[in-house]
Write a protein that binds this ligand. Structure first.
Ligand code: HEM
Ligand code: HEM
Length: 128
C-alpha cells in the first residue's frame, strides 16, 4: 500500500535527517543546515503527513496522481539534497541538478494537492 510505503520512506528520511543534525551539532559543522532542515521537513514531515492522510482516506492513494507524487517527491528530494550537499563538500554548486530536484519535488506536491482537492471532497459522500 502506498500509505505504508510513504511512512517507511518518511521514517528513513527522519533517521537520515536526525543523524545529519547530530553530526552538525557534534562537529559544529553547519554547512548542511539546509539539507538537514529539508530532509526533516520535506522528507519526514511532509511525506509522513501524506502517508497518514492516505491511511485516513485510503481511496486517495489509488490512481496515477498519488504514485506520481510519491516518485517525484522522493527521487526529487534525493537529487535536490544530494546535489546541494555535494556542492557544499566540493565547493562547486551544481545548480542545474539542485533546480531539477527542487522542480521535481514542486511538481510532485502540485499533483498531491490536485489529488486531494479533486478527490477528498468527492469521497465525503462515501463516508471516507
Ligand atoms: C536529534 C535530532 C536533531 C538534531 C541533533 C538537530 C540539530 C540541528 C542543528 C545543530 C541545527 C543548526 C542550528 C544552528 O544553526 O545553530 C539544526 C537546525 C535545524 N533543524 Fe534540526 N536537529 C534535529 C532534529 C530536527 C527535526 C526532527 C527537524 C524537523 C522536523 C529539524 C529541523 C531543523 C530546522 C528547520 C533547522 C534550521 C533552523 C534555522 O534555520 O535556524 N531538526 N538542527
Ligand atoms: C520544493 C520545495 C522547497 C524548496 C525549493 C525550498 C527552498 C528553500 C530555500 C531556497 C531556502 C533558503 C535557504 C537559504 O537561506 O539559503 C529555504 C529555507 C527554508 N525552508 Fe524551504 N524549500 C522547500 C520546501 C520547504 C518546506 C515544505 C518546508 C517546511 C515544511 C520548508 C522549510 C524551510 C525552512 C524552515 C527554511 C529555513 C531553514 C533553512 O535555511 O534551511 N521548505 N527553503
Amino acid at each position: 500500500m502506498l500509505s505504508h510505503r510513504l511512512i517507511h520512506t518518511a521514517v528513513a528520511f527522519f533517521v537520515a535527517g536526525v543523524a545529519l543534525g547530530t553530526y552538525m551539532g557534534a562537529n559544529q559543522d553547519f554547512r548542511f543546515i539546509h539539507v538537514h532542515a529539508h530532509i526533516n521537513l520535506l522528507g519526514w514531515v511532509a511525506l509522513g503527513l501524506a502517508g497518514l492522510l492516505y491511511s485516513l482516506h485510503p481511496h486517495l492513494q489509488r490512481g496515477w496522481m498519488a504514485q506520481a507524487h510519491y516518485w517525484l517527491h522522493t527521487l526529487g528530494l534525493v537529487l535536490f539534497m544530494g546535489s546541494y550537499a555535494w556542492g557544499m563538500v566540493s565547493g562547486n554548486k551544481p545548480v542545474p541538478f539542485i533546480a531539477a530536484g527542487a522542480s521535481m519535488v514542486s511538481l510532485g506536491v502540485l499533483l498531491f494537492a490536485l489529488n486531494v482537492f479533486t478527490r477528498l471532497r468527492a469521497a465525503g459522500a462515501a463516508l471516507h
